[in-house]
Design a protein around this ligand. Structure first.
Ligand code: BV8
Length: 249
């Protein structure tokens, strides 16, 4: 048998085999191997002189709506060209193998759904959805007048991406369902997240409180590493398929 690139602890495979309810939290790291830059990677090209935290806020949008709209248009383009990677696909496969499976993502790229995952909680919204800044209601289509950002066909307010910006509350039902899935699962996987952004970053610790086995998959340590039951050091696009290979074995 070809030498596995990553050795997965056998007791982790056992825990996965016996899992009744598995909950997964992903961050931008799982999309890195799809060519989507992580949130804290240096912004490339045109955007290199902006920090995401300075653009992903309602204040930034009020100050310069055109700049913020164009940043999201650039990211939407990039995501449209990206494809789900082996890590996204492995999680879609895992969902089929576990009796109860909840996938919580901080990502706004929609790649989990494109990989076939079904039960996805998008904590921070989705970059492919647009809403009215005034009404806070989704807009499906608008007049292409060339104005940037475009206007709401209902009230004339400016349109914005349907994502959760810093200092904006997360959708009640999303964070409520996510917290319950973290607290009530027996296995929790935290994949590709620096654990810097709240309340998402508190979910793995809720899982520990609830007595779950917690697994972290990340090439570098994070504030969760010391508390995790298993810390697998490497890229999710390689580790997750290896886990699925050993599960099937
Ligand atoms: C809220 C959508 C309240 C937009 C995003 C002080 C302490 C605690 C909290 C706060 C505080 N001050 C302010 C806050 C609150 C704030 C917060 O947490 N700030 C942080 C920065 C301190 N949180 C908020 O504002 C939240 N709202 O609290 O509201 C409220 C209540 C009522 C009324 C009003 C307000 C809203 C937070 C949501 C912000 N929106 N995204 C957009 O995308 O444009 S967050 C953004 O960061 C992304 O969603 C991203 O997912 C998220 C976290 O980043 P990561 O996903 O972890 O990405 P990162 O780049 O950091 O890390 C990537 C990781 O992957 C790395 O570890 C890397 O090693 C790893 N990796 C790389 N390659 C791979 C890999 N892993 C695996 N495989 C690989 N190949």
């Amino acid at each position: 048998m070809a030498e596995a690139a990553f050795s997965i602890p056998s007791n982790l495979i056992q825990a996965l085999r016996g899992a009744r309810h598995a909950t997964v939290l992903t961050g931008s790291g799982i999309s890195a191997e799809s060519g989507v830059p992580t949130f804290r990677d240096a912004q490339t090209g045109l955007w290199s002189n902006f920090r995401p935290e300075d653009l992903a806020t309602p204040e930034a949008f009020r100050r310069d709506p055109k700049l913020v709209w164009e940043w999201y248009a650039w990211r939407r383009e990039l995501v449209a060209r990206a494809r789900p990677n082996e890590g996204h696909l492995a999680l879609a496969e895992l969902e089929q193998r576990v009796p109860k499976f909840t996938l919580i993502t901080q990502n706004v790229d929609g790649l989990h759904q494109r990989a076939g995952s079904r039960n996805v909680i998008e904590l921070h919204g989705n970059i492919n959805r647009v809403k009215c800044f005034e009404e806070d209601a989704v807009v499906e289509s608008w007049n292409q007048t060339g104005e940037v950002p475009p206007r709401c066909p209902r009230c004339g307010g400016r349109l914005r991406p349907d994502v959760v910006w810093f200092n904006e509350p997360l959708p009640e039902d999303s964070i409520g369902k996510a917290a319950s899935a973290a607290r009530n699962c027996d296995l929790f996987l935290s994949i590709g997240t620096s654990g810097a952004v709240y309340p998402a970053a508190s979910l793995p610790f809720e899982a520990l409180e609830g007595g779950a086995t917690v697994v972290e998959i990340n090439p570098v340590p994070t504030p969760l590493t010391a508390r995790a039951t298993f810390a697998l050091r490497g890229p999710s696009g390689e580790i997750l398929p290896e886990i699925m290979r050993q599960l099937a074995g």
